[in-house]
Design a protein around this ligand. Structure first.
Ligand code: SF4
Length: 351
C-alpha cells in the first residue's frame, strides 16, 4: 500500500455483488500489508478511535482490531472504552446498537451498505401491524434487528439468553418472537410454550447450513464434536439427530459465537465441526490451535460482513465515513429494551 493508494469500489476481495440479495460491490484495491496496518494504527490513534471487529469479519480486519467479539460484547466495550470514536467493523444493526449504548460517542462503520438479511426481514411497519393483531402480547426481539424495531420491542434477547427471556414472561401472556424462525423454534421447544408466535425471518447464510449437510459431515467425521449456532437451519436437525442417537447428545453443543470461544478452550476433542459463518473459524483456531476446526458448510460466508474490506477501513479512518445516526427518541426506547435483556439471565453475546 502507498500513501496515495486509490480506493476503488470494485468486485475484488470477497465483495462480489450477490444478485440474489442485491448486495453491492465492496471497496477494494487495497492490500492488507504491513504498510496498511501501520497506517490504520496511525490514523486510529490520531482520531482517538477504537476499532471493534465482529467474529465474522475478514481475518485481516480481526487482526488489526483492538477488540474482537460478538455483537453485544462489542457494544458494551464501545460504551466503556475511553475513545472519541468507535469504528465498528461489522454490519449496520450492530453499529446502531453500539450507538444506542454509547450515544455520546461518534460511531463509524467502514461501509454503511453492510446490512443483514435477518434484520431486514422485519421492518418497523411490519412490527406495528403484527402488534395490532396481538395487542396484549409482549414483543421479544433478537438483537439482529434495526434500532427502529428495537424501539418497538419490550425485551431484546441474544441466542444465549433467548430461552431465559421468554421463560421469564408470565406463562399466560402471548409472546411475539422475531425475527429468526430457527431461534424461535429452539425457544418454543425449550420453553414448551404454545402461546408464542414466531416471525418467519431467516438469515440466508445460516439457513444455507441444512440438515443434509450436517448428516453428511457427522457421518464422515465420526469422532468430531459439533458446535452449532441456534440461528442455523440445522439446529433442529442436530437435536433430532442427537435424539435418534445418530449423533451422541454429548457431542452436540448449541452455542452463541462467544460461547463457542469458551467451548473451544475447554474441549478435549481433536476435531470440531462448526455450524455458523466461516469467519468464526479464525478466532476458534486462535483460541485452541491444537484442535482441528472444520466448517459444516465452507460456503457459509456472510457477504455483508465481508464488505468491511481493508480498503473500506482505510477510507473510514481517512474520511471519517460512514457515521451511524440513531434518532434520540428511538435510541431511548431501544436502549430500554436492550437493558431489560441485560437484567434477565446472562445475555452472552448474541451472534
Ligand atoms: S450472517 Fe446472517 S444474520 Fe449474520 S450479519 Fe450476515 S446476514 Fe445477518
Amino acid at each position: 500500500m502507498t500513501t496515495d493508494t486509490v480506493i476503488t469500489r470494485t468486485e475484488t476481495d470477497l465483495g462480489m455483488p450477490d444478485p440474489r440479495h442485491g448486495i453491492p460491490a465492496a471497496y477494494g484495491g487495497v492490500e492488507a500489508d504491513v504498510a496498511w496496518a501501520a497506517e490504520i494504527k496511525r490514523l486510529a490513534k490520531a482520531r482517538n478511535a477504537t476499532i471493534l471487529a465482529h467474529n465474522y469479519q475478514l481475518p485481516a480486519i480481526q487482526d488489526i482490531a483492538d477488540h474482537v467479539g460478538d455483537s453485544l460484547a462489542l457494544s458494551r466495550i464501545a460504551a466503556e472504552v475511553d475513545a472519541d470514536e468507535i469504528i465498528f467493523c461489522g454490519v449496520h444493526f450492530m453499529a446502531e446498537t453500539a450507538k444506542i449504548l454509547s450515544p455520546e460517542k461518534r460511531v463509524l462503520i467502514p461501509d454503511e451498505r453492510a446490512g443483514c438479511s435477518l434484520a431486514d426481514s422485519i421492518t418497523a411497519d411490519d412490527l406495528r401491524a403484527w402488534k395490532a393483531d396481538y395487542p396484549d402480547a409482549l414483543v421479544v426481539s433478537y438483537v439482529n434487528t434495526t434500532a427502529e424495531v428495537k424501539g418497538l420491542t419490550d425485551i431484546c434477547c441474544t441466542s444465549s439468553n433467548a430461552v431465559d427471556v421468554v421463560a421469564s414472561i408470565d406463562p399466560d401472556r402471548e409472546v411475539l418472537f422475531l425475527p429468526d424462525q430457527f431461534l424461535g423454534a429452539h425457544v418454543k421447544r425449550e420453553t414448551g410454550r404454545d402461546n408464542i408466535h414466531i416471525w418467519a425471518g431467516e438469515c440466508h447464510v445460516h439457513a444455507g447450513i441444512n440438515g443434509d449437510e450436517l448428516t453428511d459431515q457427522v457421518d464422515s467425521h465420526p469422532d468430531a464434536e459439533l458446535f452449532i449456532h441456534p440461528e442455523c437451519g440445522c439446529a433442529t436437525s442436530a437435536l433430532y439427530l442427537a435424539g435418534e442417537g445418530t449423533v451422541p447428545a454429548d457431542r452436540v453443543q448449541i452455542l452463541s459465537t462467544g460461547g463457542m470461544i469458551d467451548a473451544a478452550r475447554a474441549t478435549h476433542s481433536k476435531q470440531v465441526l462448526v455450524a455458523t459463518e466461516v469467519g468464526m473459524l479464525h478466532q476458534l483456531r486462535k483460541a485452541a490451535p491444537e484442535v482441528d476446526f472444520q466448517a459444516v458448510n465452507s460456503r457459509a460466508a456472510c457477504p455483508y460482513m465481508k464488505m468491511i474490506t481493508p480498503a473500506a477501513l482505510l477510507r473510514c479512518l481517512r474520511e471519517g465515513k460512514d457515521e451511524v445516526h440513531v434518532a434520540p427518541d428511538v435510541a431511548e426506547r431501544a436502549r430500554a429494551s436492550v437493558q431489560r435483556m441485560i437484567e434477565i439471565g446472562n445475555p452472552g453475546g448474541g451472534e
